[in-house]
Ligand binder design. Structure first.
Ligand SMILES: [Zn+2]
Ligand SMILES: [Zn+2]
Length: 134
């Protein structure tokens, strides 16, 4: 079993997941994930089962389900950061960017790639700067 810990941007919500190795990690380019994150794609780690506990701030979580779809998200209602959730079937979905340490993760695939942002392919060619570059 491994511990996966992390928190939201404002730090009010902090979680711990105790689980076996993830079932998968997907970078999802669907329009819903792009709306949800405001960026190029979702980056979620899926655990078949495990224990998700909130070490602080659980009362600050908002839970949202998009009507008529399987799309759900839990997020900090103070800062809006997506937070992990556990579904009724036990599966845990973890937004990878919230982790303290993602060094063990490897994405398995880009999914819904045909729905990618119009500018996604051009992003690969942008220069890399080590810090902010105005
Ligand atoms: Zn927050
Ligand atoms: Zn998606």
């Amino acid at each position: 079993m491994t511990n996966y810990t992390g928190e939201c941007l404002c730090g009010a919500v902090r979680y711990r997941i105790v689980a076996e190795a993830p079932k998968a990690m997907f970078l999802c380019h669907c329009t819903r994930c792009r709306k949800e994150t405001g960026t190029l794609h979702g980056a979620n780690v899926f655990f078949r089962e495990g224990e998700l506990t909130f070490e602080r701030g659980e009362e600050l979580l908002s839970r949202f389900a998009l009507e008529g779809t399987r799309k759900k998200r839990w997020f900090c209602k103070t800062c809006g950061s997506p937070m992990p959730r556990q579904d009724d079937n036990g599966m845990i979905v973890l937004p990878a960017g919230s982790l303290d340490d993602g060094s063990t993760l490897t994405p398995n695939a880009h999914i819904f790639h045909d729905s990618r942002a119009e500018w996604a392919d051009r992003a690969a060619d942008a220069p890399r700067h080590s810090e902010y570059a105005g």
